[in-house]
Design a protein around this ligand. Sequence first.
Ligand code: FMN
Length: 305
Amino acid sequence: MDIPIDIFGKKLKNPLFLPSGIINDIPNHSMAVKAGVGSLVLKSITVDPREGNPIPRIAKYDSGFINSVGLRNPGLTEAKKQIKLFLEKTNTPVIISVFAVKADDFQRLVYEFSELCPLAIELNLSCPNVSDEFGEILANKADSSYKITKLAKKQAKNIPVISKLSPNTDNIGEIAKACEQAGADAVAAINTVSQGMIIDINKKRPVLGNGKGGVSGTGIKPIAVAKVYEIYEAVKIPILGIGGISTWQDAVEMIMAGASLIGIGSAVYEKGWNVYKDILFGIKTYMEKTNISQIKNLIGAAHEK
Ligand SMILES: Cc1cc2nc3c(=O)[nH]c(=O)nc-3n(C[C@H](O)[C@H](O)[C@H](O)COP(=O)(O)O)c2cc1C
């Protein structure tokens, strides 16, 4: 079932995508391809390999999950080989996500991965489980978000760059604007909400190996919708809306807030891979009933004209 949408000068078969990190290992992202996503974002890659945080790294609560994976990944050299193989095997457009705590490393990652010609490169400026060299999340500040985005754009050649933002700020519109001014081709929001904790009342200890983790899933949806709404008022570039989407109604809400593409992450853990087909069917039926011929006519519909 197709609901075509144009982004970065390319046509995607639908606006739904798998956000970064929901699947960890690169070859396993083929599950999202089979599920019919319009595009997908790979797990964030760092320059050096990372083992990740102590297990357990993810835990469920009644409205979603908390995770502290700690960017477990094989590192640039190995990831580049694996991603090259993955891209050769799939026709689904792929976005490569990169993470660093230093500007130099961001530049190197973007330079290396742009050679693989992905749909786009996403800058993870917002991982709540790893801090930058100053001990803060990069996307919490407009100036560091601007700086990293600008440097990345220079290395990306003609590959589009997406800046992924954190919800843990009260000025996300300003930060998104800074990314746009630095040349970002899109912004993605939101990363997980920082930080949550679940305590095992029998063991009297936090459940996660790392104690605290980023919160995802249905419980964060109103935060995500509000942040995307705010960004839409601040920028003209497309928004990838993510956070707690698990039904077609959620997806329509996110599109009306201003998102062009819709990320569905934690809902895959709750509902399985059919969630994409179910949401697409719901959006399509809604569009038919309300006489909307193109999904782009719904983007930002909740804003005053
Ligand atoms: C287990 C797990 C790992 C994640 N790893 C990454 C990551 O490596 N890079 C990133 O940008 N976001 C990562 N995220 C955040 C998601 O991409 C997404 O922004 C967030 O989960 C909100 O969407 P959701 O509520 O649909 O899951 C991760 C989320 C989860 C649950």
